[in-house]
Design a protein around this ligand. Structure first.
Ligand SMILES: Nc1ncnc2c1ncn2[C@@H]1O[C@H](COP(=O)(O)OP(=O)(O)OP(=O)(O)O)[C@@H](O)[C@H]1O
Length: 335
């Protein structure tokens, strides 16, 4: 029995317009999300995240590819599993004059969900004590939580959230993070798209990085990070020039900075310590530099991420290619 909750293989979607010609939004993309994961779907603006999620949910027609959600082929058999999936892909609009309670009650009635669920989901998203206030007085974070509450009404096994932390202040991001963790603890599988690297690193156990419509990396967050560990460390010593000389002579890659050195290619920092210590040069600081998702992301996508500035994917299949794909430990879809 497979534990795959979402399987996407070879997804391709091109948007065509008379004015701008054709634009490859997703170009042979693969994704595997397994049961119980909080899976981050990470990529720069315009890299194809929303298009992928919309294709998966049947909101846009894919040109090519095989997709399955909870074992049902998407989009054809989605109605069979729709009751087990909660998704927020396009920002839901709520009536500002309604309270959260009234909004959810209406949605429960419309969806054939017992109204007793309303209090449960309000509690789950931390809105119970504000449930009888009008939505127009809510902060953006509260509105996002109300959206999540609406998706939770039917007790989904899978929750798909497109950029849930978008526009939130740090406190709102923290609330969203805690909420996702709590859901995961209850056994809900979560796929969350974002271009906020630090958040994905904290929230998710697995990550798939998309760049220009293609998968650039996938695996456990820790494995993706380890795969990009350049074994660098920061070194401070009294005589930096002499330290640099000795380390280079020992075959290490050294980059000089005004008050420290960055030494690469030393899986064991003791080598640095010994090399300098043996020549009577004492190290004052030796700090291994671990990669974070931001540096991996930059490595893979080559895209510094100016917040809020959309970057367009190139117009043809040829310029929508990305250099390499690294597959770190997760099973390939269909393998
Ligand atoms: N309806 C559309 N018509 C034409 N082009 C589109 C359409 N939707 C998306 N695109 C283009 O497809 C590419 C991928 O867009 P998509 O919204 O999937 O990216 P994204 O990774 O979700 O970006 P963001 O992080 O900014 O939301 C972009 O170049 C975008 O301009």
């Amino acid at each position: 029995m497979t534990s795959a909750v979402i399987e996407i293989e070879g997804l391709r979607k091109t948007f065509r317009s008379l004015r701008r010609g054709s634009r490859v939004a997703v170009d042979g993309f693969d994704l595997l999300v397994e049961a119980g994961q909080v899976h981050g779907f990470l990529g720069p603006n315009g890299s194809g995240k929303t298009t992928t999620l919309r294709a998966l949910l049947g909101l846009v027609r894919a040109d090519q590819g095989r997709m399955r959600v909870l074992g049902a082929s998407a989009p054809e058999q989605l109605p069979q599993v729709a009751g087990r999936v909660g998704a927020i892909v396009e920002s839901p609009q709520f009536f500002g004059n309604f309270t959260a309670y009234r909004t959810l009650r209406l949605l429960a009635l419309a969806g054939g969900v017992p109204v007793t669920r309303v209090d449960d989901v309000l509690e789950q998203v931390g809105l119970l004590d504000r449930a009888h206030e009008r939505v127009k007085g809510y902060s953006l974070g509260m509105k996002q939580r109300l959206a999540v509450a609406s998706a939770l009404l039917k007790r989904p096994e899978l929750l798909i959230l497109d950029e849930p932390a978008n526009g939130l202040d740090p406190a709102g991001i923290r609330e969203m993070r805690d909420l996702m963790r709590a859901l995961a603890e209850r056994g809900v599988t979560v796929l969350v798209s974002s271009h906020i690297l630090a958040e994905i690193q904290v929230i998710c156990d697995h990550v798939t990085i998309i760049s220009r419509g293609r998968r650039a990396a996938t695996g456990r967050v820790a494995e993706v990070l380890a795969g990009h560990d350049r074994h660098e460390c920061l070194v401070r010593a009294d005589d930096l020039a002499r330290a640099e000389e000795l380390l280079v002579a020992a075959g290490l890659a050294v980059t000089g900075h005004p008050d420290h050195l960055v030494v690469g290619g030393a899986p064991d920092p003791a080598l640095v310590n010994r090399t300098l210590g043996e020549q009577g040069l004492w190290v004052r600081e030796l700090t291994p530099l671990r990669p974070d998702l931001e540096s991996v992301f930059l490595d893979l996508t080559g895209t510094p991420e100016p917040p809020g500035v959309p970057r367009q994917v190139g117009g043809t299949a040829d310029d929508a290619t990305v250099g390499r794909e690294i597959d770190l430990g997760t099973r390939e879809v269909g393998a």
